[in-house]
Design a binder for this molecule. Structure first.
Ligand code: NAD
Length: 360
């Protein structure tokens, strides 16, 4: 497995470590004396397994509900109060076990508790393993707007292991496929995009998903690590998103508006899939991408079980897109795919983009 690091100004800020079994995280924990686990209640069994293997250095397990409505400052406060009541001091270490909601919540709580304690992640969804648990963005929803408050602070490590994926519900697995494919649309070294489409398509269409997953563990591990490496590389070059990191938001300006408009009816990954196709259509309309790119991406995403069409008129996205936290002077940073493995950032007016999409 490659040694994946997020490095800035010669300093290692964070490591992504891959393993086969969950117990392989232990060497990363042994240097900490007091570990507090925040876990998604859906994977509490996994958290108990880690706690049992780690022994008395684990002081408590704090289960949280992983829903977008619970991903808020109230849950962050709850985590901080539990830490305080359990006597967590400044050398406490917070270990989050769960999907992107849990790692966002725990990363934010760890960043503000006693002005910041160390933290690490064991992501348990495909989406969090390839994206959410890497890069140090820790945000929560605020006033019904996605990830509106938060910090950029790196976890000490992200431990990636395919074992948790075996219990992940089908829809969540497919949702994670969108972030993996998005990553390889941004950077397509060794045709990882094509390899991922083939693998994820096989898993999505298998009558026995569990068996398909078991059979695919090796390739899956390799592709998750490759996606993590793409993200770590981009974050190393632009930790605070002043330039290149914006590329990782491919599909996300649309996705956040879709999630807002459907009020949770569409998952984050599903919204990213639809958003990526809309971004490709926008690129085609602007003459930046060859005709057919959007249809090709849509066909690939659909083969992997993802939705690619809006269920409401596209004009309805305008309000939320204008409020995008990355909007400046009425312009929004859109990431547009020009080809597989090549994307470009463009500042565009929301009305202009909506008008282009309405032309269809
Ligand atoms: N911080 C970032 O850079 C970043 C990047 C992308 C996405 N995100 C955030 O990530 C969130 C989405 O993350 P997600 O898709 O991982 O969702 P999630 O955390 O909501 O998990 C999805 C569902 O799967 C369940 N689950 C998780 N792991 C499981 C397992 N191994 N077995 C059984 N059930 C399991 C959860 O309880 C939940 O119901 C969004 O809130 C999004 O904003 C953050």
């Amino acid at each position: 497995m490659p040694d994946i690091k997020i490095i800035s100004e010669g300093k290692v800020l964070s490591r992504v470590v891959a393993g086969r079994r969950i117990e392989e995280v232990l060497p990363l924990l042994s240097q900490h004396g007091k570990i507090f686990i925040v876990c998604d209640e859906a994977v509490e069994g996994l958290a108990r397994k880690v706690a049992a293997a780690a022994g008395e250095i684990v002081k408590t397990i704090i289960p949280v509900r992983a829903s977008e409505t619970d991903k808020n400052i109230g849950t962050v406060t709850l985590i901080c109060s539990k830490l305080l009541s359990m006597g967590a001091d400044r050398d406490a270490f917070l270990l989050a076990i769960g999907g992107g909601i849990t790692t966002d919540l725990a990363g934010f709580a760890a960043s503000i508790y006693k002005r910041g304690i160390g933290f690490g992640f064991i992501p348990t969804t495909l989406l969090a393993q390839t994206d959410a648990a890497i890069g140090g963005k820790n945000g929560v929803n605020f006033l019904e707007l996605k990830n509106m408050i938060g910090v950029i602070r790196q976890p000490e490590f992200t431990f990636i292991c395919p074992e948790p994926l075996l219990t992940l519900p089908r829809r969540d697995f497919i949702s994670g496929s969108a972030e993996m494919l998005k990553t390889f649309i941004i950077e397509n070294k060794d045709d990882n995009y094509g390899k991922s489409v083939r693998l994820l398509k096989t898993i999505a269409s298998a009558p026995d998903r569990q068996a398909a997953l078991e059979n695919s563990m090796e390739s899956l591990e390799e592709l998750i690590a490759a996606a993590a490496a793409v993200k770590a590389g981009v974050v190393s070059r632009d930790q605070f998103e002043s330039g290149e990191r914006r590329k990782l938001n491919l599909g996300h300006t649309f996705a956040h508006a879709i999630e807002h408009e459907t009020r949770g009816g569409v998952s984050h990954g599903e919204a990213v899939a639809i958003g990526t196709v809309l971004a490709a259509r926008t690129a085609e309309k602007l003459g930046l991408a060859k005709p057919g790119l959007a249809a090709g991406i849509a066909a690939d995403l659909e083969a992997c079980g993802l939705p690619t069409e809006l269920s409401f008129p596209c004009g309805q996205m305008a309000g939320a897109m204008t409020k995008d936290k990355k909007a400046e002077n009425g312009l929004v940073h859109f990431v547009l795919p020009l080809a597989i493995g090549d994307v470009q950032c463009r500042d565009l007016r929301v009305e202009e983009v909506i008008a282009l999409l309405k032309e269809d």
